[in-house]
Design a protein. Structure first.
Length: 90
């Protein structure tokens, strides 16, 4: 090990601290406006497409199947982890 540790790189000038920087507010307004416009267009599209009662029942069935699939996937993952842990403990 080295007994005398000497810094190899010395700073040439003092870096500006975060607190030294000017107090200008960040300009996020174009991004916020674009995001709001995107959400508004998605909401309007959803209202136009999914306004009928026939779509509501189909959507409920699809949502139920999706949640059932998630539940089956979680149970299968737990069983796989359990069996792998049992094999490792043998």
């Amino acid at each position: 090990m080295v007994d005398n540790i000497v810094p190899t790189i010395t700073p040439q000038s003092r870096t500006r601290d975060v607190l030294d920087s000017p107090k200008t507010p960040p300009s996020f307004s174009p991004l916020i406006k674009e995001k709001d416009a995107l959400f508004d267009s998605l909401a309007n599209e959803e209202m136009i497409e999914g306004s009928g009662p026939e779509n509501a029942s189909l959507r409920a069935v699809f949502t139920g199947l999706l949640w059932f699939g998630y539940a089956v996937a979680v149970v299968v993952a737990i069983v796989l982890v359990w069996s792998a842990a049992k094999e490792l403990l043998k």
